[in-house]
Write a protein that binds this ligand. Structure first.
Ligand code: HEM
Length: 312
């Protein structure tokens, strides 16, 4: 495989292990394989403008492209199952550049470092003899790595959504905003659906069509736009900004940075499916925190992108 200059050996090891867990499907992302893209408009509230110079968070609306997805590396997992869902947003900036915000239906991640994530994947890999994942290995991993407990608790209670448009999505990592005066503030992002969170029971989830989430959202959009509010939590001194397994206290001040209105499916699904939504693609006024998972995602996504764009 051709390595991109930005990839690391660890990123290759992690993506190889992801393939052993979910399978490798030529041309598809190694995670969040099944997805669908939509056109949207983001209207900033103006409330973030005093905290960051980021162009999309000032006062003028910008166009956006949104990809909703299922987290598995297999493109044929059931929509009605309790599983991860992704919402990746690409904001198209007035300069012609873009900035991405990549979120899932989990408030915290399962590992604080890339090495821990690799170890966790190892515990999820199928036993070569039985061909199945061994729940005891995963249990032992969580016991030895208590940092994973909060994330797995959230995984166990993941909602089965009525719609991709009725899910709450977190971008998890801390990012650092800087304003025109040079003052900096750590933040965390969350998308709140206008409808409120709406779930299905397990029975109703299993009664749906296998891939109901795409058709449901297209039908819903025929009746009008689907909206999300971008809420931003502001860190206080001492809040961890480099650990994706740790949430900040729920009473931290929040602001509404803006509102996203999704209007309809993109005209060219193949073009947008081939695109990359990279959480490290930030813009002036936003910097990455020191969270090692955040930086590592760039490398892992590059490995996956390289493979899928060569139809591997
Ligand atoms: C070490 C940690 C992680 C690894 C190794 C990893 C790996 C990957 C890979 C390989 C892809 C496919 C990339 C592509 O081909 O374009 C992907 C996609 C994705 N990941 Fe992660 N990921 C990690 C953490 C996270 C976290 C913390 C979140 C949520 C905040 C997240 C949300 C997503 C979403 C939503 C997508 C789909 C993006 C799209 O629609 O293009 N991932 N991930």
């Amino acid at each position: 495989m051709t390595s991109l200059p930005t990839t690391s050996t660890l990123a290759v090891d992690v993506v190889n292990s992801m393939e052993r867990v979910s399978g490798a499907f030529p041309g598809y992302r190694r995670a969040h394989a099944r997805g669908v893209c939509f056109d949207a408009t983001f209207t900033p509230s103006g409330d973030a403008a005093g905290l960051t110079t980021a162009a999309h968070l000032q006062h003028a609306e910008v166009a956006a492209t949104v990809r909703f997805s299922n987290s598995n590396g297999s493109p044929s997992t059931l929509d009605g199952a309790r599983a991860g869902r992704g919402m990746a947003v690409k904001f198209h900036l007035p300069t012609g550049a873009a900035t991405d915000l990549v979120a899932v239906n989990l408030p915290v991640f399962l590992a604080s470092t890339p090495q821990n994530f690799l170890n966790l994947l190892g515990a999820l890999e199928k036993d070569p003899v039985t061909g199945a994942t061994d729940p005891a290995r995963l249990g032992a991993y969580i016991q030895q790595n208590p940092e994973a407990a909060a994330g797995f608790q959230a995984v166990a209670t993941m909602p089965i959504p009525v719609s991709y448009g009725t899910v709450r999505y977190w971008a998890i990592h801390a990012f650092e905003w800087t304003n025109a005066q040079g003052h900096s503030q750590f933040v965390r992002y969350r998308w709140e659906p206008d409808t409120g969170v709406q779930d299905l029971s397990e029975v109703d989830g299993l009664a749906q069509e296998p891939e109901y989430l795409t058709a449901e959202l297209v039908r819903r959009l025929a009746d009008g736009p689907v909206g999300f509010t971008l809420r931003v939590q502001l860190a206080e001194p001492g809040d961890p900004t480099d650990n994706a397994t740790k949430a900040w206290p729920a009473d931290r001040k929040e602001i509404v940075a803006g509102h996203l209105e999704i209007t309809g499916p993109v005209a060219d699904q193949d073009h947008w499916a081939a695109e990359i939504f990279d959480p490290t693609r930030v813009t002036d006024g936003i910097a990455l925190s020191a969270d090692p998972i955040l930086a590592f995602r760039h490398d892992a996504y590059a490995v996956s992108y390289d493979r899928r764009s060569h139809n591997a």
